[in-house]
Design a protein around this ligand. Structure first.
Ligand SMILES: *Cc1c(COP(=O)(O)O)cnc(C)c1O
Length: 375
C-alpha cells in the first residue's frame, strides 16, 4: 500500500498528461508558454477569484504575497505553529516577526478566539492555514482582520478544492496561496504553486514580483524574485484538472469510509480530526489522534501500512524559531504534535484498503493498550 498513490492517478490520466507534455515540447515555450495563462484562467474560474498568478512553489507564493502587502522588518504577522515550516519561514525571510497563536484541538486549525489579544500596532497580516485540507474559521478571522485593518493570507497549500460556507478555498480572504507539490490534492510533477486575489492592485504587484519586480522588460519598478512556474508543470496541472472534481469526491468518499470504519470498530480508542459541517475538506491528509504514536507507527509499518506525522514538532518549538515562541507557548499544538497520525489517503483508496488500515490500527492499538497495562 502507498501512503499516497500517485501511480494510479497518472495511469488514469496518462494519455492526457503525455499529450499535454508533448505539446509543450513541440512549441518549446518552456517559460511563460501558453499553458501558464490557460491554467491561470482555469484556476481563477474554479475559485471565483478575479486573479490567479502561478508561481514556482507554495513557499514562493507565501513570500510573494507578503512582499506584495509590503511586509517589512519590524512588522508582525500572526500565524499558527501547527503547520509545515514554510508558513512561518516566509514571514521570517522578509525580516518580519512571526506571532504564533494556538490552534483548536478539534480541527487543528488556528483558534480565532485567541487571535485578537495578539494584535499589536505592528501587526500587518494574519496567515491561517487550511490544515489537512479544511479551511479555518475564515469568517471570524476576516472580521477580526477587518476591524484592525489587516490583510488575511489563506495558506491553502493543502486545501485547493475545499469549500467554506459554500465558497471555494483560495478565495476566502485578501490573498490565497496554494501549492502543486506532487503529494498535494492538486499536484504537478515537480514544484509549483499559485496566488489568488480579487484585488487588482495586489494582483499587479504579485505578477511583477514573480518576474523580478519587472513592469516592462528590463524596467524593475520594485524588488522581486524569480518565481515563475514552468510551462511543463502548468501543462501537468491542466491535464489533471479534468478529473479533479471527481478526485475530490473520491477523497471525500475515502474519508467517509474511514470515519465509518473507525467509528464502528475503534470509536472508544481514537478520534479522527473532525470536519465542520459548514465546510468541506479535500483531505490532503486523513489524520487521527492516537496515544503512544511511535509504537503504533512501528506496528503499522510491520503490517505494511505506511503512515506519516504532520507535524511532529510545532514551528514555535523548532530550533531556528523557538526564540519567537510566545510566553506560555501554544499548549494545544504542543500536545497535538504528540498525537497526530496521518493514514494512507487518496482518490484511489478503496474500501477494502481502508478496512485493512483500520483493522491493523485496531490490532496495534489493542496491543499497545495491553502493553501499557502490563507495564
Ligand atoms: C506544502 C505546504 C507549503 C509549501 O508548499 P511548497 O510547494 O512545498 O513550497 C506551505 N504551507 C503548507 C501548509 C504546506 O502544506
Amino acid at each position: 500500500m502507498d501512503f499516497i498513490d500517485l501511480k494510479s492517478q497518472y495511469l488514469a490520466s496518462r494519455e492526457l498528461i503525455n499529450t499535454r507534455i508533448q505539446t509543450v515540447l513541440d512549441h518549446g515555450q518552456y517559460i511563460m508558454g501558453p499553458e501558464v495563462a490557460e491554467l491561470e484562467g482555469r484556476l481563477a474560474a474554479f475559485t471565483g477569484a478575479h486573479h490567479c498568478i502561478t508561481v514556482s512553489s507554495g513557499t514562493e507564493a507565501l513570500i510573494i504575497a507578503l512582499m506584495a502587502l509590503g511586509v517589512q522588518p519590524g512588522d508582525e504577522v500572526i500565524t499558527t505553529p501547527f503547520s509545515f515550516i514554510a508558513t512561518a519561514e516566509a514571514i521570517v525571510l522578509l525580516g518580519a516577526t512571526p506571532v504564533f497563536v494556538d490552534v483548536e484541538a478539534g480541527t487543528c486549525n488556528l483558534d480565532h478566539r485567541l487571535l485578537e489579544a495578539r494584535i499589536t500596532p505592528r501587526t500587518r497580516a494574519i496567515i491561517p492555514v487550511s490544515l489537512y485540507g479544511q479551511p479555518a474559521d475564515m469568517d471570524e478571522i476576516n472580521a477580526i482582520a477587518e476591524r484592525h485593518g489587516l490583510a488575511v493570507i489563506e495558506d491553502a497549500a493543502q486545501s485547493f478544492g475545499a469549500t467554506y460556507r459554500g465558497r471555494p478555498s483560495c478565495n476566502l480572504s485578501t490573498i490565497g496561496c496554494t501549492s502543486f507539490f506532487p503529494s498535494k490534492p492538486l499536484g504537478c510533477y515537480g514544484d509549483g504553486g499559485a496566488l489568488f486575489t480579487s484585488d487588482d492592485s495586489l494582483a499587479k504587484a504579485m505578477r511583477e514580483i514573480r518576474v523580478h519586480g519587472q513592469s516592462r522588460r528590463y524596467v524593475h519598478t520594485r524588488v522581486g524574485v524569480g518565481g515563475r512556474m514552468d510551462t511543463l508543470q502548468c501543462a501537468v496541472v491542466l491535464a489533471k484538472l479534468d478529473r479533479f472534481e471527481w478526485e475530490i469526491e473520491q477523497r471525500q468518499r475515502a474519508a467517509a469510509c474511514y470515519d465509518d470504519l473507525l467509528g464502528s470498530m475503534l470509536g472508544d480508542l481514537l478520534e479522527p480530526v473532525g470536519c465542520r459541517p459548514d465546510r468541506s475538506s479535500v483531505y490532503a491528509q486523513y489524520t487521527v489522534l492516537v496515544p503512544q504514536r511511535e509504537r503504533l507507527q512501528e506496528a503499522l509499518q510491520a503490517a505494511g501500512i505506511p503512515t506519516a506525522v504532520h507535524y511532529p514538532v510545532p514551528i514555535d518549538q523548532q530550533p531556528a524559531y523557538a526564540h519567537w515562541a510566545s510566553l506560555g507557548g501554544c499548549p494545544v499544538a504542543a500536545s497535538l504534535a504528540h498525537e497526530v497520525l496521518s493514514l494512507p489517503m487518496g482518490p484511489y483508496l478503496d474500501r477494502p484498503s481502508a478496512q485493512r488500515v483500520v483493522q491493523a490500527l485496531g490490532e496495534a492499538l489493542r496491543a499497545s493498550v495491553q502493553a501499557g497495562k502490563a507495564a
